[in-house]
Design a protein around this ligand. Structure first.
Ligand code: NAP
Length: 471
């Protein structure tokens, strides 16, 4: 089915894009694979120059690029602009640091001579990406792999064809060679087929458990290395001695940013008894202060959700939570606008057997839990199949760190927002996936770490047939 851009604020169909044909897919694979072989002989500094040009292009066309995302998936224009800037930062970071990170490393060894680990490109990477940060998700995979010398084929979410196409075209316009990134509007079956192709050497997916499990299964069946960046149900723990001004200033933003459609949104607020009432009162006041409206209007502070379907799914999850005993402390009323708006909602009294306690709510709905001890806070935080991120607020930062280390997730921030920066590894454990994006760890995701041992002299006394000889 052809993909459509439907503005979630006006519900208008803005654009339609034709599906990829099998011939197009074959042509793309051939071009990308040829480029991979050429890049092996290219000086990495040439690629750094190109990636800086991509960053410059993004900064120079910030508003124009941002408008595409806002019109297509509804995020506030200021948030779209922030995303464009973050992408430029990621491109600059990998352009500046990849050469050093990819230099061979020397190992201390008892083998004769020198042992080194070289870091080589491996081939074409398929990236399957979600809609919630249309450009940033692509850049997280593209920038490091471009520096490594792995071309990328992009298969993006069905509801953001315009953003996906814009990003891929932008990279080429900025000076990258054809084939370094190609967007293809592929069906699920075509994705499975392309994963099986020998020219594809890695699969990076960001998305839900459902999407991740399907694509990981195809990758596993074909022995393709893969990284999975999946959903989360992050805890925001407020300890008894937390600075409540900071907590209240950050809590509502940590839930409502991007209309609550963020993998690392704080979805469960776990609050110690002595500060619970103050916390809830201020969260309600802050949720009540947001202004829904046109996301292109800079005065708007609550964006619509990305699609009608997403809004309906969230409503169903909230209804199920209430049916299972949750209390609506605020919200859950219709918003009188034609766009896909969901009123910021706060749920309390969620017992461990309520499905809401184990469901990722991907929109502006906060769950607030009252706990009576730090141990209970940690236990509630860890009672989740997810393990992505989290936030701990403590009056004592060192103690905050001790609590953070007991949270079973890939990332925890103490006394601050969770932020994504190119030098910080991003990823989770449990059903939130495996592997990391960004930082040196992300750069290495699809690298062949090849061991080369160069003997100073053959040592026949100690080594025979590859085995250490024992006299
Ligand atoms: P999704 O349904 O899993 O979709 C993600 C991508 O996978 C889309 O391009 C989707 O295409 C594709 N896909 C799904 N099933 C597929 C299959 N069987 N074969 C091939 N491709 C398939 O996820 P979503 O609901 O759009 O995204 C939101 C989820 O992403 C949330 O759970 C969120 O927490 C998570 N997320 C995680 C991170 C992270 O870094 N950990 C970051 C952002 C978002 P279609 O659109 O065509 O279905």
């Amino acid at each position: 089915m052809p993909r459509q851009t439907i503005n979630p604020y006006t519900n208008e169909v803005l654009k339609t894009f034709a599906d990829a044909t099998d011939e197009e897919i074959e042509q793309t694979l051939a071009t990308a694979d040829k480029l991979y072989r050429e890049m092996k002989h290219e000086d990495i500094n040439e690629r750094a120059i190109v990636l800086h040009k991509v960053a410059d292009y993004m900064r120079n066309h910030k508003t124009e690029l941002a408008e595409v995302m806002t019109l297509e998936m509804g995020k506030l224009i200021s948030e779209s602009e922030g995303e464009v800037e973050l992408c430029a930062m990621i491109a600059d970071y990998f352009a500046d640091h990849a050469a050093e990170m990819l230099a061979p490393t020397l190992l201390h060894t008892r083998a004769s001579g020198e042992a080194k680990v070289y870091k080589h490109s491996t081939g074409v990477i398929l990236a399957v990406e979600p809609w919630n940060f249309p450009y940033y998700q692509i850049m997280r995979v593209f920038a490091p792999n471009y520096m490594v010398g792995n071309p990328m084929i992009l298969r993006d979410a069905a509801n953001i064809p315009w953003s996906a196409q814009t990003f891929a075209e932008m990279v080429i316009k900025a000076g990258a060679p054809t084939g370094s990134i190609t967007n293809l509007f592929m069906s699920y079956d075509q994705v499975e087929e392309i994963i099986a192709d020998l020219r594809i050497q890695g699969v990076a997916l960001t998305g839900s458990e459902r999407g991740g499990a399907s694509v990981a299964m195809a990758a596993g069946k074909n022995l393709k290395k893969n990284t999975m960046e999946l959903g989360g149900q992050d805890a925001f723990i407020v300890l008894a001695d937390a600075n409540m001004n900071d907590v209240c200033d950050i809590a509502w933003r940590a839930r409502l940013y991007n209309a609550g459609q963020v993998c690392t949104s704080s979805k469960r607020f776990i609050v110690l008894d002595n500060v619970y009432d103050e916390f809830l009162e201020k969260l309600i006041a802050n949720f009540a202060s947001v202004k829904p409206g046109d996301p292109m209007d800079r005065a708007t502070t609550l964006a619509p959700m990305n699609t009608k379907r997403a809004k309906e799914k969230l409503q169903q999850q909230v209804d199920e939570a209430i049916a299972a005993g949750a209390t609506v402390a605020y919200g859950n009323q219709p918003i009188d606008l034609s766009g896909q708006f969901f009123m910021p909602t706060i749920l309390t009294d969620i017992t461990p057997d309520n499905p809401a306690a184990h469901t990722e709510m991907f929109g502006p709905v906060a769950q607030v839990y009252r706990v009576h001890s730090e141990e209970e806070a940690i236990k509630v935080a860890n009672d989740s199949q997810y393990g992505l991120g989290g936030i701990v607020f403590s009056g004592d930062p060192l103690h905050g760190e001790e609590v953070a280390a007991q949270i079973e997730t890939g990332m925890v921030f103490v006394n601050n927002f969770m932020t994504s920066l190119p030098e910080l590894p991003f990823g989770g454990v449990k059903n939130s996936g495996y592997g990391r994006e960004m930082s040196e760890l992300g750069l290495m995701a699809f690298v062949n770490e090849q061991l080369i041992v160069t003997a100073s002299h053959p040592d026949l006394n100690n080594v025979a047939g590859g085995l250490v000889k024992v006299d």
